[in-house]
Design a protein around this ligand. Structure first.
Ligand code: MD3
Ligand code: FE
Length: 214
């Protein structure tokens, strides 16, 4: 295994790179409150399947909360302060979202984290997210904090070119991953979620990704 991808398990955290790590089970104490927050957000801004600029319907169902929401349509990808489906601003962050994101970022070495967007992703069994970079944010150094809830999935963590070797990282209910600094622009994706039933989410995997857009 190359140094770049050396995986080191230290108690409840696994380093994926110099500034990327998995905090195993870190969100478990917040899980119930986070799921209630997701329900509040999706009541105001329902999960939907966006269309890519190429005209494909995305397998992952998405919505947002916070000052900005990630959107995709035939015109391209962008962050929008308004939910284009509802014609009004995205719902505010449920307070527990900000508390968890700030605390997890600090635990990973990024103090003072103030995200302004949270993308909510819902995966039904068989759903995958192909390898990509997150490059629609103005800030490409601030960390992204990702929270996995419900069905387990295998995360692909790659390099800085699409063709670079990837490592597979199992992500379980309650795991939090933090990527920032030099690791921020890595290619990443999610393998098809295996079928299953989770006591807290039923037949879904939910993922929250906190971002600093501006
Ligand atoms: C790794 N979501 O929403 S975790 C996404 O599980 C996204 O739903 C996946 O990729 C999911 O864009 C993966 C989030 C994530 C976000 C940014 C990253 C992983 C990252 C940036 C660099 C490396
Ligand atoms: Fe991503």
């Amino acid at each position: 295994m190359s140094d770049l991808f050396a995986v080191q398990v230290r108690g409840r955290s696994t380093a994926l790179g110099p500034q990327a790590c998995v905090l195993h089970g870190h969100a478990l104490p917040f899980a119930e409150a986070l799921l209630a927050g997701i329900d509040t957000v999706t009541a105001a801004a329902p999960l939907r399947h966006l269309v890519t600029p190429g005209g494909h319907v995305m397998q992952v169902a998405m919505t947002n909360c916070g000052r900005f929401g990630w959107c995709s349509d035939r015109r391209g990808y962008r962050y929008d302060p308004v939910d284009p489906q509802a014609g009004r601003p995205w719902p505010a962050f449920p307070p527990v979202f900000l508390a968890l994101a700030g605390e997890a970022a600090a635990a990973a070495g990024f103090s003072g984290y103030r995200p302004d967007a949270c993308l909510v992703n819902r995966y039904a069994p068989g759903t995958r997210l192909s390898l990509h970079q997150d490059r629609d944010e103005d800030d490409r150094v601030a960390p992204i904090v990702s929270v996995s809830l419900g069905l387990p999935a295998t995360f692909l963590f790659g390099g800085f070119a699409r063709g670079d070797k990837t490592v597979r990282v199992p992500l379980l209910h309650g795991d939090v991953v933090v990527w920032g600094g030099v690791d921020r622009m890595r290619f990443h994706g999610v393998l098809p979620v295996p079928p299953g039933v989770h006591p807290d989410t039923g037949g879904y995997r939910l993922n929250l990704t906190f971002r600093k857009v501006r």
